[in-house]
Design a protein around this ligand. Structure first.
Ligand SMILES: Cc1cc2nc3c(=O)[nH]c(=O)nc-3n(C[C@H](O)[C@H](O)[C@H](O)COP(=O)(O)O)c2cc1C
Length: 213
């Protein structure tokens, strides 16, 4: 089907562009503030793409739990499928899609592990039920049935009934250290805006480039 030729439309012609700030993390934080205000839930949800060393990809959602100049942090079970893949091949990609804002942000780069102190602090901030769950769930491995999981929850709840719930040794955070961040914004007639920031390594300055939609 042929596309309708866009008329000279104010919205199309509008020259305002995604600002090319020197720091893409600041721009990301601005967009996140708007996403928090607009999204019905989980504005910090992001798709995490990983791949085995021989290039077999997989993707799933995780929650962004911290972002700053060092990178984008999420927490998980290091023995899960994603954990095993990331430990074998640290190159990953993240994708945020904010439907209410019609925006997406793509992030690429290697991951590093957060420090034990950082993981401990975040783990301690979680509700007790989530901390017990981190022990009870052998994430990504076969489960006989829901009853098995509930029994594991009960076992760990009893085990840690008196003491606090420590962070499991296999549960921690990964920080994605970005070498590319692309901001995408919807514009009429699919004449969308794309602004990509790239840097060779974390010590280098960011360069920017606008891309055809
Ligand atoms: C909105 C959303 C947020 C999620 N956040 C996390 C998270 O932060 N960490 C995590 O391990 N799994 C999270 N999950 C579950 C994962 O998507 C996935 O099912 C699980 O981690 C197992 O993935 P894997 O087998 O690829 O390791 C989330 C799922 C959804 C839908």
């Amino acid at each position: 089907m042929s596309e309708v030729v866009p008329p000279e439309d104010d919205a199309v012609a509008r020259a305002d562009e995604i600002p090319s700030l020197s720091d893409p993390v600041r721009l990301f934080e601005r967009w996140m503030v708007e996403a928090v205000a607009e999204e019905v839930n989980d504005p910090n949800a992001m798709a995490l793409a990983t791949a085995t060393p021989d290039g077999r990809p997989s993707v799933r959602m995780v929650l962004l739990k911290g972002v700053d100049a060092r990178g984008f942090v999420f927490y998980t079970n290091f023995e899960s499928r994603k954990g095993v893949e990331v430990l074998a091949n640290p190159r990953v990609a993240l994708l945020f899609h904010w439907k209410s804002l019609r925006r997406q942000v793509r992030v690429e780069g290697p991951v590093e592990q957060v420090s034990d102190a950082e993981a401990d602090a975040y783990f301690a901030s979680r509700p007790r039920g989530s901390r017990i769950g981190a022990w009870a769930s052998r994430q990504s491995r076969p489960l006989g049935g829901r009853g098995e999981l509930i029994a594991e929850v009960a076992r760990y709840a009893a085990k840690f009934a008196v003491s606090g719930v420590p962070r499991p040794p296999h549960w921690s955070g990964f920080r994605v250290v970005p070498d590319a961040i692309e901001f995408w914004r919807d514009r009429p007639f699919r004449l969308h805006e794309r602004l990509v920031f790239r840097r060779a390594d974390p010590a280098a300055a960011w360069t920017t480039e606008r891309l055809y939609p």
